[in-house]
Design a protein. Structure first.
Lengths: 409, 345
């Protein structure tokens, strides 16, 4: 009998749902209605999972931006100041969840989005943004692939992946004496790193270097010895790694063990992070690296001031030295705020139009977008580890130190 | 497990009418649930549809795992390999060979099933931990294979299913379409589970689960049964992977062969009640709903809270919610502490 009662209950509940379902479909709300006094922005972040560390740095960057903007009264939209209200959700470092969160923000009527961390997450989000007619400013998805699909609603403040190794090549071509002749690229096999390598090889050929065949190893590996062994016999003058921290540390350590001694090492991503010099100690000396931002970057804006001011603010608020992940997140938020002010509207289409015409200086350098939505107008900085510190050596106008060459003794 | 083997005896002593009600009741309930799910769709925002579609996806995945892990008792820790194989087959077929999605979907199921047969024949000879580790190894290995077949799969950079322009063979289904697609897969998986549970095939699997040598002595061709089950389980998982690949548009090996997905399937089945049809369904709905709720409301602590809840659930209900309810109703012993004592001490 009990099961029959249960069945009846279920039938009634279900039928009422079916009947209710015949009504009109729920329409998405509008979050930024006039007079609400806030500008709501959605941010899906990798707060847990494999990208948690970078996810937290990104959140710090967004949060500092919100505080700085609100401290000045908020975002000036058509003469009315509204408070910036960034809503965070955790995407657990998974692209499918990051994409789902964009849809959920859309349900709440939040059309303006700040991106998650990493190219895979950003790429998944960009597809949804486009379908929903939302607008996203990308703080950390550098892979050029995202911008080759004709998307019109994703804008990246950071330099594209093709610039990471290319900027190291350019710095060496300009500053290294005696000028080296050959370059070998060692690369992790994820999409981002491969694009970095392609960009670097192209720049190296253009600058007249002999470019050896690139060697690939699995993303995240701590054993790069077979790649090093292969290039050892070819005696390259420079080895450039398109890597993350783990592979970057492995290249320097294992090159020493295997007796691979080019005139200099360069690596994307790894050397600017404080852990690189800390882990390698003296072995890290004179390694070149590329960075989206350093505190020597030229430029100023009304909310953050200069790069040096920004560095101080991060240090004061979060008690650690600023990381470029902080800066690119703050810059993405800044771009969205400046575009909304310029448009005098919080509507996605109006802000999109303003973003595509944005051309401004900031603590992050120039923020300006080409027709695909990439920021090609800001040079990347090249740093060199000198006495345990990452010092900017290129571009020369913002250099803090002279490049030491040859880097290996 | 002991209650399950008593079910046919109970059926024998029931009246004919009661027996029919017992047989058809669950199907009727299922039909009502399906109508409710269809009705619910009209009430949801587009993004909510996607969230609920993910719940349906996990219902299908949990049901598929339950066939091999629950009924047959072979805990496959590499189940995600079928998800990945199905997903990658669809992505490759649609982008390189210009197959329609529906053709790719069907073929993905068969490719995953074939893969299950190929790895099942050697691996299903292993038992317990050895089988678990071996399947885990297959999934990890397959991820590396897919990562290194760069020309075909795009490697670590991922592969994009064409959904716009001239290369798009099937129009993108949108959140409405994927809701229905994943609902369909969930329904299919529950029907398969229901048929297996009530059929000679299912009893053979339970016999293998309880004592494989005894089952063989009864004349059950255990190897064939196990391989068939693994293939069926792989087929459904492959279909789900294929649908997921189309939904995501761009897929990456890390996610398509992510061990987290296997772990979720297992937790859902274990919490719901392994070896039952209702268990994986309830487990998947409850866990996915809970994790979504926690993520939206406790941005920084949600994984911690979810983990704690799972631990408590497994300690209190080691046999799963559905099996606990069945035993409790039969023995009139509802105390959770008694339950813990029974299974732990």
């Amino acid at each position: 009998m009990r099961s029959r009662t249960l069945a009846v209950a279920v039938v009634i509940t279900a039928s009422s749902l079916v009947v209710a379902g015949c009504g009109s479909k729920g329409e998405a709300k509008s979050a930024n209605a006039a007079g609400s006094g806030t500008l709501a922005i959605g941010a899906s972040l990798s707060l847990t999972g494999s990208l948690a560390r970078e996810g937290v740095l990104t959140q710090e960057g967004y949060q500092l931006c919100q505080e700085k903007v609100n401290a000045k009264g908020g975002v000036d939209i058509g003469g009315t100041k509204v408070k910036l209200d960034i809503q965070y959700q955790d995407d657990t470092s998974k692209p499918d969840v990051a994409a789902q969160l964009v849809d959920q923000f859309n349900d709440k009527g939040i059309k303006l989005i700040l991106s998650s961390y990493g190219s895979a997450n950003t790429e998944a989000q960009a597809a949804v943004i486009e379908r929903n007619g939302q607008l996203m400013v990308d703080s950390a998805g550098a892979d050029n692939k995202i911008f080759s699909k004709g998307y019109k609603r994703t804008f990246a403040v950071l330099s594209p992946a093709t610039e990471y190794a290319a900027s190291i090549v350019k710095a060496i071509a300009e500053l290294a004496t005696p000028k080296p002749k050959s370059i070998a690229f060692l690369s992790a096999d994820d999409g981002f790193s491969k694009t970095v390598t392609e960009g670097g090889m192209k720049a190296a050929k253009a600058a007249g270097f002999t470019v050896l065949d690139p060697q690939y190893f699995p993303n995240g590996t701590s054993d790069v010895s077979s790649a090093l062994t292969k290039v050892k016999g070819q005696h390259p003058d420079v080895i450039i790694g398109s890597v993350h921290l783990v592979e970057g540390v492995a290249i320097i350590k294992q090159a020493k063990e295997l007796g691979v001694t080019p005139a200099g090492f360069g690596e994307s991503v790894a050397p600017p992070t404080p852990d690189f010099a800390k882990t390698l100690g003296a072995q890290a000396e004179n390694v070149l690296g590329s960075s989206q931002w350093t505190d020597a970057t030229k430029g100023t804006d009304k909310y953050f001031g200069t790069a040096k001011d920004y560095a101080k603010d991060i240090q004061a608020k979060y008690n650690h030295a600023p990381d470029y992940h902080n800066a690119e997140a703050s810059a993405a938020c800044l771009a969205l705020v400046l575009a909304a002010e310029k448009a005098g509207s919080s509507k996605a289409d109006a802000v999109r139009a303003a973003l595509s015409g944005l051309d401004t200086e900031s603590f992050f350098g120039t923020i300006k977008f080409d027709s695909t939505g990439q920021n090609l107008y800001k040079p990347m900085s090249v740093i060199q580890i000198q006495n345990g510190k990452a010092l900017t050596v290129w571009p020369t106008e913002s250099a803090e130190a002279k490049m030491i060459w040859p880097g290996t003794k | 497990m002991s209650t399950l083997t008593k079910m046919p005896q109970q059926g024998l002593i029931s009246t004919l009418r009661g027996d029919r009600a017992k047989r058809l009741g669950p199907w009727a309930l299922g039909l009502v649930a399906l109508l409710a799910a269809l009705g619910l769709q009209g009430q949801l925002y587009s993004g909510q549809e996607r969230t609920v579609a993910t719940i349906f996806m996990f219902v299908a995945l949990a049901q598929a795992w339950n066939l091999i892990g629950g009924f047959a008792g072979y805990a496959s820790f590499g189940q995600v390999v079928f998800f990945g194989v199905g997903g990658y087959f669809t992505a490759v077929a649609m982008s390189h060979w210009h197959f329609s999605f529906w053709m790719s979907l069907l073929l993905s199921g068969f490719v995953a099933a074939l893969f299950a047969v190929i790895i099942g024949i050697p691996l299903l000879r292993l038992k317990g931990h050895y089988f678990a580790i071996a399947t885990l190894g297959v999934a990890e290995g397959m991820r590396e294979v897919v990562t290194n077949l760069t020309d075909l799969t795009g490697g670590g950079a991922g592969i994009t299913v064409p959904t716009v322009g001239n290369n798009a063979t099937t129009a993108y289904l949108g959140n409405d379409g994927f809701y229905l697609l994943f609902l369909g897969l969930a329904v299919l998986s529950v029907i398969v589970g229901g048929l297996v549970a009530r059929n000679k095939f299912g009893y053979a699997l339970r016999a293998i689960n309880q004592d494989e040598d005894a089952a063989a002595a009864l004349g059950i061709n255990t190897t064939r049964m196990k391989v068939l089950t693994f293939a069926l389980s792989g087929f459904i998982t492959g279909l789900v992977g294929a649908s997921y690949a189309f939904q995501q548009v761009t897929i990456f090996p890390e996610r398509l062969f992510d061990v987290d997905i296997t772990v979720l399937m297992i937790i859902m089945v274990v919490i719901g009640g392994s070896g039952t049809v209702l268990g994986p369904l309830l487990g998947a709905v409850a866990l996915q709903f809970l994790s979504e709720f926690l993520r939206q409301n406790f941005t920084n602590l949600h994984t911690f809270i979810l983990g704690a809840i799972i631990i408590v659930a497994v300690v209190l209900l080691p046999q799963g919610a559905v099996n606990y309810m069945r035993e409790a109703r039969r023995t009139k012993e509802f105390s959770l502490l008694a339950n813990v004592r029974k299974y732990r001490l």
